[in-house]
Design a protein around this ligand. Structure first.
Ligand code: NA7
Length: 537
């Protein structure tokens, strides 16, 4: 049974402590057990599932096809689990997470309802001392599986405390749902969470006001039941399917077209975009090879999507406001079901806050410039302190009391996204410095867990006690990550990849943008060279 507050009968010394019981933490626990190690996972929520535990807003679903956004470590699991839709909904993903936890008997080592507050490395004993709001523990390994999008960002609007209605953040949605029937609702933000929830809320609400600071590109999902023919084909050789997806840049199969968008005629280009649009989903990224490296190539995709918006939204003024002006893919493309169409509803109003920001929250709504918008509920679809937020909330101290918060004050620094110099036996899963959020998260998570597992097994075989990156290797990696980003179009907009959505956060492009397959090769090479760039002692 999963424990709750008051697990006093438990031993507090483990081989490993893992922070977070999302997909990363759960598989890490399974892997540690396979290695014969003891572990405790601490999870702030009252259940497993991470992102899919917290993000219960209406319309929440995965943006990668479920046959790919799923664990591959167990052949029986991937054969037996049946996804009902091409893109699973949040409730289905949460059922899957719970199924995995039950199936592999994970819950007995997961302490729920417990937030890790601090972790300190003791150089004399070589152990981490972990403090939580519900007991303490010590361990040899300290593993952060705390999620990239788990620290919610609620902008510091004046007056929120005095608002008489209800307010919600998409990333901390009430478990029993919210009924907006007959209500006037404000949604702040037009990122992925907003784009998924707006069509659903619009169907319920009396009136919906959407406050848009930056328009976002979205491609249609064309969601539906999983195609039984495609399903049978994948299941007949799931391993092959997974191997193909590990050889891609994004960790999912998008039949990438390597040609330049500028090397073909206007008709051919349009035909490529039309076919990707008709297929739906993030396969749009695979339209052309220079999509994210050449601005002129990217402009052709931007023009195509803007035309789609103009042909969908009937009011030309609203359509123009919804047309993004940024680079396509500079923020993760959104995948929607009826998003742009929603603006044709009479009960939906788009409010442009790009030039005149939201001034304050009043007792009865929102004030923008001279105008008051009266609402009964506010939905903050305002994103997250991404990639570093949940790590930085823990007071982590390594050698000689070095604080991770100090080391990362100007942006995250690590080697391969896996370890941090000065913090022995600490590993990060799918965080900054790795492909992470630029890819299909599940295979990225599994690749990290396998790598960490192999590393620990090597340490056991060599009777090594500690591992940590060498400063020089870390510096080289950080420069490499920065150079890759600088050579791409990613830094051209204010995305959460750059930390630009959180006031005061250092503007550093956090994920590794060299592609999933290249990254895997690099990690394997480091391991095969005896963990080159790491100091083992
Ligand atoms: P995002 O993508 O960070 O979107 C947050 C949205 O909230 C975005 O449109 C922001 O505008 C807007 N925002 C944030 N602060 C403000 C203020 N102060 N005023 C007005 N608007 C604001 O978060 P999501 O949860 O939608 O998606 C996160 C990821 O989850 C997504 O990329 C997928 O990978 C899944 P901005 O663009 O910053 O101008």
């Amino acid at each position: 049974m999963a424990s709750s507050k008051g697990a006093a009968d438990r031993s507090d010394a483990f081989d490993a402590v893992v922070v977070g019981a999302g997909f990363a933490g759960m598989y890490m626990l399974h892997k540690l057990r396979e290695l014969g190690l003891t572990a405790r996972v601490y999870e702030a929520g009252t259940g497993v599932g991470g992102t899919w535990y917290w993000n219960r807003y209406p319309g929440a679903r995965v943006d990668v096809e479920s046959l790919e956004y799923s664990y591959q470590f167990s052949e029986d699991l991937q054969q037996q689990w049946e996804w009902s839709e091409r893109y699973a909904t949040q409730p289905e993903l949460l059922r899957y997470a719970n199924h995995v936890a039950e199936r592999f008997d994970l819950k007995r080592d997961i302490q729920l309802n417990t937030r890790v507050q601090a972790a300190r490395f003791d150089e004399a004993t070589g152990r981490w001392h972990v403090t939580t709001d519900n007991g303490n523990a010590s361990s040899r390994f300290f593993i952060l599986a705390s999620g990239c999008l788990s620290s919610t960002n609620v902008p510091d609007f004046k007056g929120l405390g005095g608002f008489k209605g209800s307010w919600y953040h998409t990333g901390g949605w009430p478990h029993d749902g919210v009924d907006f029937t007959g209500k006037r609702v404000a949604v702040i933000g037009t990122g992925s969470s907003a784009i998924q929830s707006i069509p659903m809320i619009a169907r319920q609400a009396k009136h919906l006001f959407v406050f848009q600071r930056t328009a976002t590109y979205s491609v249609p999902a064309h969601n539906g039941p999983v195609d039984p023919v495609a399903l049978a084909r994948v299941k007949a050789n799931y391993r092959d399917f997974r191997e193909r997806n590990a050889k891609t840049g994004y960790g999912f199969i998008l039949d990438a077209n390597e040609a330049s968008a500028l090397s073909v005629s206007d008709e051919e280009r349009r035909a490529v975009y039309e076919s990707r649009w008709a297929r739906g989903g993030l396969g749009f990224y695979g339209s052309f090879g220079d999509f994210l490296s050449d601005k002129a190539a990217n402009d052709t995709a931007a023009d195509f999507i803007r035309q789609k918006i103009r042909s969908t939204v009937r009011d030309p003024v609203v359509a123009e406001l919804l047309c993004p002006r940024t680079v396509v893919g500079c923020k993760r493309l959104c995948v929607d079901t009826g998003y742009y169409e929603t603006y044709n509803r009479p009960n939906v109003t788009l409010v442009d806050v790009s030039k005149t920001p939201i001034d304050r929250i009043t007792a009865t709504g929102l004030r923008v410039g001279e105008r008051d918008y009266e609402v009964d509920a506010i939905v903050f679809a305002t994103g997250f302190d991404a990639m570093t937020g949940s790590v930085m909330k823990i007071d982590i101290r390594g050698n000689q009391g070095l604080r991770l918060a100090d080391k990362w004050a100007a942006g995250p620094k690590n080697y391969l996204g896996l370890g941090v110099a000065g913090f022995p036996n600490m590993f990060l899963i799918a965080g900054p410095g790795s492909p992470s959020v630029l890819t299909n998260m599940l295979p990225s998570i599994e690749q990290h867990v396998r790598w960490i597992g192999d590393c620990i097994a090597t340490m056991q075989a060599r009777q090594a006690q500690r591992i940590e990156p060498v400063e020089a290797a870390e510096e080289t990696w950080v420069s490499h990550v920065n150079e890759l980003a600088a050579a791409s179009l990613f830094p051209s907009c204010n995305s959460w990849y750059l930390g630009a959505n959180v006031p005061g956060k250092p503007r550093v492009f956090m994920p590794y943008s060299g592609g999933f397959a290249t990254y895997i090769e690099k990690c394997n090479e480091v391991a095969s060279r005896g963990y080159e760039g790491f100091a083992l002692s």
